[in-house]
Design a binder for this molecule. Sequence first.
Ligand code: NZQ
Ligand code: ZN
Length: 388
Amino acid sequence: MQNFVWETPARVHFGKGVIEELPEEVARFGRRVLLAYGGGSIKRIGLYDKIRELLKDCEIVELTGIEPNPRVESAREGAKLCREHDVDVIVSVGGGSVLDCSKLVAAAAKYDGDAWDLVEKNELAGECLPIIAVMTLAATGSELDAGAVISNLGKKRKLPFMHGPTFPKAAFLDPTYSFTVPAWHTACGASDILSHVMEQYFVLDANPIADGFCETMMRVVVEETPVALTEPDNYDARAALMWASSWGCNGLLSLGNGPSAWACHAIEHEISAYYDVTHGAGLAVVTPRWLRRSMTAETAPRIAHFGARVFDLAPTGDVMEDAERAVRALEAFYAKIGMPADMEALGVPDTENVDAMAEGAFTAFPLHLAMKPLEREDVKAILLDAFR
Ligand code: NZQ
Ligand code: ZN
């Protein structure tokens, strides 16, 4: 087990009706609020009206229309609003995209330059406005981490923005808000949760506590996603997915383990940067191919163990065969929840940008630290395989 420090700044309010505690959390920071949200789902579910009523004593300015795969342009606009209105606190209401945009707004509002500088050079970021996260979709776990992912489609870049002070001060997780998430985004969110766990689980230097956490999270996703898809208002299924989502990037799943390369995320972010695909769908195309490309005598026992623990596969005595069966079980799960199996189904038309994507995947992620270290040609092979 490796040394570690663990700290989690967010106060988590979990369950039905917890939004009533929002005014108290906001009051910790002031009364001038930037209310950030996306394309309108929070209005359709009545959450917008509820929050306006709860915060009726606050001065509210709104940042609306934040896109899935949030754009740097929205963050620029939010930072401008925060400066003009001397905002005290940002209340982000929606999925990971709204929250990620809010994180860059929080830093850019206090930065004397362009928001994209902070994404390209995270170390330029300093002080931040506090953020309160109200989640309506189980996927990213952004509510319990200090990371955001921001797109600049003009530059064909989608990059992480990692900065400690953007960690939300409070998170509101009411699973009933996720009842209305459409099947596609429910499944993409589940694929994202599963990937966050797998990225941290598939390392060679793991410890049994982390393994136990990871295996529980993966089983929960595999068991509860089909329930949430057939019964969208099943509270227990939605609650399990929402809490599993918050565990994805909160650090506990890899504490004491060796480094994780987040290889599938590195590759998927490139596909999103070029083709604006939904993150979880891209991960479903990349992950089985990454596992096969990573399969060696050294890594196969781990992949086979995953098959046994998550999909109840009985060992055959041939570890390479068991590892391959584990990947096939993962593919069957993706198919069951409606995820695409290849680039065509993902909506990526041709191989034109494969070289550039393979190069770009190395910008922000330590792919040489993957359980089987990745070179450019590995990433290229993974991408090209998805066109067959
Ligand atoms: O925009 P609105 O109208 O709110 O609609 C959204 C959006 O169209 C809709 N939605 C959300 N809650 C809903 C709902 N529709 C009906 N009912 C509800 N209750 O769902 C759509 C997708 O929302 P989005 O926020 O884009 O999804 P998600 O939470 O999956 O976030 C994806 C983004 O997060 C990044 C991804 O790359 C992607 O850009 N990630 C962020 C991470 C982080 N900060 O830690 C880690 C992840 O690995 C990921 O990369
Ligand atoms: Zn992800």
